[in-house]
Design a protein around this ligand. Structure first.
Ligand code: TYD
Ligand code: MG
Length: 463
């Protein structure tokens, strides 16, 4: 009999090694490589599969009849927007996030809402006992719904139970890292177990038309496999994010085979669970100090939705030889670029200053369109002169110091107008200039123009 093969697998990225090492060469994480044996079955690979003659399969042309993916709509608008209009039948969706961020809460609320709309839902909890899940359901006022609970971690038992109870519309697996299969020898939570359990569940989804949601914890320690190892297998990946100390949570699409990938849903965690935040700008601008220098409001776009956020900068003389640059909620390299452009093209001397940049409310910006707002906040802090409270900024800065147009200018302006802003500083865009309605527009084509405006006091809070 062949000796069971032993592999060393990185629990973070799934890279396979044939001997142990401290650092994974593939993802650079330390202490994530764990010994796992593979003795056939799922994950055993082609060597152990029975020899079988291939069967001819049909080939199809690209054109032909297609159907809209059938969806089940949860009625929670922020969630439905992120999934692209509801959960798709027969698909598998991964919901990842840090432990304690609120994944179980969100999915219990979604399950309850779906059940109220007449769908049959099974909630499989591998982490908590039935009594614990019930307690949470009571707190979330979901206990009166027809959601069925299962506290089970063996995938064969789960699938047998599901098929004995008819086909539910949706199955929630909380979490995939607790599920294990008889067919693999390694401990639950290892890459082999997580992958085989996910594979079995995805196969179940495809063959029955049930939508399957897998919950995955993001891990730093590498004791259990991260959600990354199943990302490529599922049809959609959502990440649930939030900053410690802040109440709101953002659900972000990372991958979606049935819809757009740049949507966000915003929620607020409270005593009764997660509450939808239909107008995030109000939340992010809520605690603004309008007279403070170093703050600029950026009109951002998330997917199809404009979001206004405050960018805060603190520029202070540095006692250190190498001044400190610290960023929260934005890219460090991007800040370095804006600082370099300010130095090189606008005569703003920052080499002897510490620079701290923060996006208010723990929000994270991914757009280069924030460059102009960041520059405005930096110059305002350096000049100790507050920017006008009713002004929004957006635009991308190029290395030559030019301010370049960005997409969706009209959408950004409309949101600013809705929230009572009266002025906007944006890139010069030639013929198809955006219409600001009641917002008065200042077009800048070079970053130096903006700096001159702020320095000369034209862009001043009481101007
Ligand atoms: P949970 O959904 O268990 O997180 P996850 O499944 O991602 O690990 O949420 C845990 C946190 O949420 C916990 O710290 C308590 C808090 N919470 C509330 O603030 N209000 C609530 O109504 C609920 C159910 C949880
Ligand atoms: Mg949980």
């Amino acid at each position: 009999m062949a000796k069971a093969k032993v592999n060393f697998i990185c629990q973070n990225c799934g890279a396979v090694y044939n001997r142990w090492q401290g650092k994974c060469d593939a993802c650079g994480e330390w202490n994530t490589i764990v010994e796992e044996s593979q003795s056939g079955g799922i994950g055993g690979g082609p060597a152990t599969a029975g020899r079988r003659k291939g069967r001819a399969s049909a080939l199809f042309p690209l054109s032909g009849e297609t159907e809209e993916a059938p969806r089940i709509v949860s009625g929670i608008d922020e969630l439905d927007r992120v999934t692209g209009g509801g959960f798709v039948r027969g698909s598998a969706l991964l919901v990842g996030g840090d432990p304690g961020i609120g994944k179980s809460t969100l999915l219990m609320q979604a399950a309850a809402s779906l059940a109220r709309r007449g769908h049959s839902i099974v909630y499989v909890s591998g982490e908590e006992a039935v009594a614990q899940v019930r307690l949470r359901a009571q707190r979330l006022k979901a206990a009166d719904t027809s959601v069925q609970l299962m506290a089970e971690t063996n995938i064969e038992d789960i699938l047998a139970t599901l098929s004995a109870n008819g086909k539910p519309d949706l199955v929630i697996i909380d979490s995939i890292q607790t599920i294990w299969t008889d067919l693999a020898d390694s401990a639950p939570g290892t890459v082999t177990q997580v992958r085989s359990a996910a594979q079995a569940l995805i196969r179940y989804a495809k063959s029955t038309g049930t939508a399957v949601i897998l919950v995955g914890h993001v891990t730093k320690e590498g004791q259990i496999a991260g959600p990354r190892v199943v990302e490529h297998m599922v049809d959609g990946v959502l990440y649930f994010e939030g900053e410690g100390g802040h109440h709101f949570r953002i659900l972000r699409t990372v991958k979606n085979r049935f819809g757009p990938t740049d949507e966000i849903g915003v929620f607020e965690m409270g005593d009764g669970g997660l509450r939808e935040v239909p107008n995030p700008s109000e939340l992010f601008l809520g605690e603004r100090n309008e007279k403070a220098p170093g703050a600029a409001v950026f009109a951002a776009i998330e997917g199809t939705r404009p979001v206004l956020v405050e960018i805060q900068a603190l520029v202070a003389p540095s006692p250190l030889g190498t001044p400190r640059r610290s960023v929260l909620g934005w890219d460090q390299p991007r800040l370095a670029m804006v600082l370099a452009v300010l130095e090189a093209h606008c005569g703003v001397r920052l080499a002897q200053h510490d620079v701290y940049l923060n996006v208010a409310g723990g929000y994270r910006i991914n757009e280069p369109a924030a460059d102009v707002a960041v520059a405005a906040a930096l110059v305002s802090s350096l000049a100790q002169s507050a920017l006008p409270a009713d002004c929004v900024y957006f635009g991308e800065v190029s290395l030559s110091g030019a301010v370049r147009p960005v997409a969706h200018a009209n959408l950004r302006l409309k949101e600013a107008e809705k929230l009572g802003f009266r002025r906007a500083v944006l890139p010069h865009s030639g013929t198809d200039a955006p219409r600001g309605g009641s917002v008065s527009i200042t077009e800048v084509s070079a970053l130096a123009d903006l700096v001159a405006r702020i320095a000369s006091g034209q862009d001043k809070s009481n101007a």
